[in-house]
Design a protein around this ligand. Sequence first.
Ligand SMILES: Cc1ncc(COP(=O)(O)O)c(C=O)c1O
Length: 426
Amino acid sequence: MTHATIPSTRARASASTGAGPALDVRADFPILARQIDGRPLVYLDSGATSQKPAVVIDALSEHLRAHNANVHRGVYALAQEADAAYDEARRRIAAFVGAEPRTTVFTKNVTEAINLVAYAWGRANVGPDDVVLITQLEHHANIVPWQMLCRERGAQLRYLEVDDRGELSLDQLDAELARGDVRLVAFSHVSNVLGTITPVAEMTARIRAAGAISLIDGAQAVPHMPVDVSAIGADFYAWTGHKALGPTGIGVLHGRAQIMERMEPFMTGGDMISAVDFQSATWNELPYKFEAGTPPIAEAVGLGAAVDYLSALGMARVREHEQALTAYMLQRLAEVPGLRVVGPPEAERRGGLASFTIDGIHPHDVAELCGRESVCIRAGHHCAQPLMRCLGVGATARASVGVYNEPSDIDALVDALIAGRKVFGL
Ligand SMILES: Cc1ncc(COP(=O)(O)O)c(C=O)c1O
């Protein structure tokens, strides 16, 4: 079995001074050698999905070429290799965020992980007059499952507000919890629009003390900063592989064992059972109880290689690199007339992204004009329509960085934005 090897990272001189990005790993990502219409690719859309290093592509390919078999069913050598690769991937993925393999469930993506909790925990534990508390900065993946749950169970869905700086208020959380009827609080670790890093550990401690359950959407956090699920103390923590340099088709849910043991399964069928009779069935042990059907085997192997790669870089250095790039991005975006960035003004209070509007140009036109220069950014509501309403905009443009970005990518973005304003006669 092959596993990811050490990345070809080279620390730059600036890393030690803290003056600039700490990583130089562009060469590890084959796609970044591409040109589009004769221009080098400037990829600033890691918030949507990350690019993949060669070690991940190779691990996926090597698994499919040499070790492919279904898991948990075969006695022959190849099937045992596939079993070992899958189990080993779970062990490394759990360890990457300080979690236990037994309580680390593979899903299709973070969306499915949140739905798993909303269905399997929510339907059994949320009743009429209970409250599910979420925040105004959530992605639809962390809104709609709770809307459905509350509608079905006659519960109330309430929101923590986002202030002018794009931050949440612990005082408001305390006030909501003091109502005594909050059953679950679900919130993002990092907002995919504002970039806000929420005070996860403070929030989970208060939620726990109030007797409620916490669920954190870590989709925009795990790929970009050190995350220790047990230190954070959430009851559930979910993230998605494709934003963390891994393949699509795999998400991860970490849960508290005592809660997961009491939960009924989410989906049912093969693999998640212990025994099936004509009229009834009993459930497999954790984590298999929550993994019905053939799981994402090759995807787990690929994500295992991705977390090995990130671990070898060191998540503290990843964060240092991206924070320096974000500070540079905020500084350079301020040079563009009429441009307004939403979210916390300080790079240290946000993840590696900036959402913005430009007076006189629709965000979709901004992204389109950037695209003409091979600068890949996203525009739209970013699956956060309620937040857009709070911000008083229909859409924003969003540039988001990854380990492979460099200051020159930010320069290319700013050049494209300035050229774009000229196209609009601004
Ligand atoms: C904060 C957040 N939550 C959830 C998601 C949904 O991720 P997935 O489509 O992989 O389930 C995203 C993706 O954009 C996100 O940024």
